[in-house]
Structure formats: C-alpha cells, structure tokens
Write a new protein. Structure first.
Length: 261
C-alpha cells in the first residue's frame, strides 16, 4: 500500500481494516486534489477555474436511506421514527466488511479535520474517500488542523464514503442500493451508492445532534447567525432552502455562520 502526503503516525487507516488499498493520499492540498479529480475524469474546470462535478443519480440527500445502528448505546437515547430508522448491528458489520473488501486495490483519499471550532466541543474527523473531489469537498467544509497537528491526529469519528459500491437490499438490510449508516458505538459513518457529497456534511451534523446534547449538554441548531457592532446576535431558523443564508448575509453585520451552530 503506497502512501503519500501528511499522514498521522499515531493512527492509520489500518485500524479501520483497510490494509490493501493500492494508493492512499493523505491531506492533499486543493490544487493537488483538483489535479487528481481531473486526471480521474471526476469533473471539469469551469470558465472561472473552479472544479465542477456531477453527483450522478442523486442530486440531493436521500433521508429515507439514512439509518442509525440500534444497539445498547442508542436503543434508549435516539428518538426512533421516520427520521431515525434503526439498523441491526450484525447487519452493519457484514455490510462494513463488504465495503472494506471493495476498497482493496483502490486509490483512496484521506483527510483529517475538525467539526466545531471550540476544543471542548469539536469532533476529530477522518474522511476516507474513493473520489478526489469528495475529499476536496471535505477540505472546504470542515476545519483544517495545522500541519503539526496532522502527524499526531487521532480521529473521534470516521466517514467512509464509497459511492461506487452498491448495496444488495435483501442481503444488506438497506432500502435501496444507496445508504448512509451511522454507528455511534464504532464511531463510523458508512456511505455507499450515492455521490452526493452533502451526505457527509449532514451525516456529521447528525452525529453532533446526538453527541452534543446527549454528552455535552449543548444545543445544536440548524440555523444561520450574524452579530452586530454592539455584540447583539441574530439567529435565523428555517428548513433548507428557506433563506437562512440570504438573511444572515447583512452588509452591516458580521456573519458568524450560515447553516449549523
């Protein structure tokens, strides 16, 4: 397994069972990832020089195909229902092994990052991608550790995203070929069958929606926020697409963030 880039010497991807990938690129720069994406025919450059990629069959999230492993940790701490559908631990383990087997001989892109700025509340993330542009998306989305932090990085939660892997619903326990499964005991988000990168983002927000209120007594909010010159803060709630970003982008107020706090 050939590896390159700034990698963690404290914790490798072998801890995930990934030992036979062809090449593993760690924490590449945006320029390097764009070069890889173009070489892999994952996208094209626009007339502005930005990378444009097609997400394929799925142009948005598939909430009916998002599951949470129901085990001793989550059985009585998750609000089960239409938004949080249970997944059996042993079926997860079997599907996980199939995905790891699928990754043998593949080129992988690994990124270490933070979700949340404050060290008391942030999550150390590791993202393992088969697509370079997905890793670039993760670089743009999550907070970036300093170079000296990367060598000793230990993740609290890992995303494994293999959009080319298609599940077999009768065998794998999924509804369709695509799936997003969160395992709070093993600290893994397993994604397959969909190239829509927003599944990684919303997956981690789902993780924070469980961890922060349950373990840190801290409210998570799907909102935008800005602050005035006198320190007065405004928070804008609303479903996706209802204008949170637009309302919070005020020329007379500083933007705190436009989606999740």
């Amino acid at each position: 397994m050939e590896e390159s880039g700034i990698k963690s010497t404290a914790c490798g991807i072998d801890t995930l069972g990934i030992t036979q990938a062809e090449k593993v690129y760690w924490n590449l720069s945006p320029a390097e990832l764009i070069e890889h994406a173009l070489k892999n025919s994952e996208g094209k450059l626009t007339d502005t020089g930005s990378l444009m990629c097609d997400t394929g069959k799925f142009t948005g999230r598939a909430p009916k195909d998002r599951f949470i492993v129901k085990d001793t940790k989550t059985a009585d701490t998750v609000w089960w229902g239409g938004a949080n559908m249970p997944f059996e631990p042993d079926i997860f383990d079997a599907l996980y092994k199939k995905v790891i087997e699928y990754l043998k001989g593949k080129t992988l892109y690994v990124r270490d990052a933070y979700a949340g700025a404050h060290p008391d509340y942030r999550l150390n993330l590791r993202v393992v991608n088969t697509k370079a542009w997905h890793n670039l998306f993760s670089n743009n989305l999550f907070l970036r550790p300093a170079k000296e932090e990367l060598t000793q990085f230990i993740p609290n939660f890992t995303i494994i995203c293999a959009p080319e892997f298609l599940a077999d619903p009768p065998t794998d326990g999924t509804r369709q070929e695509n799936f997003v499964i969160i395992n709070f005991t093993k600290n893994i988000i397993l994604i397959g069958g969909t190239a829509y990168a927003g599944e990684m983002k919303k997956g981690i927000f789902s993780v924070l929606n469980y961890i922060l209120p349950h373990e840190k007594n801290t409210l998570t909010m799907h909102c935008s926020a800005n602050i005035g010159k006198n320190g007065d803060t405004a928070i804008f709630f609303g479903l996706s697409g209802t204008g949170k970003t637009t309302l919070s982008a005020d020329p007379n107020r500083n933007l705190i963030g436009d989606d999740e706090h």
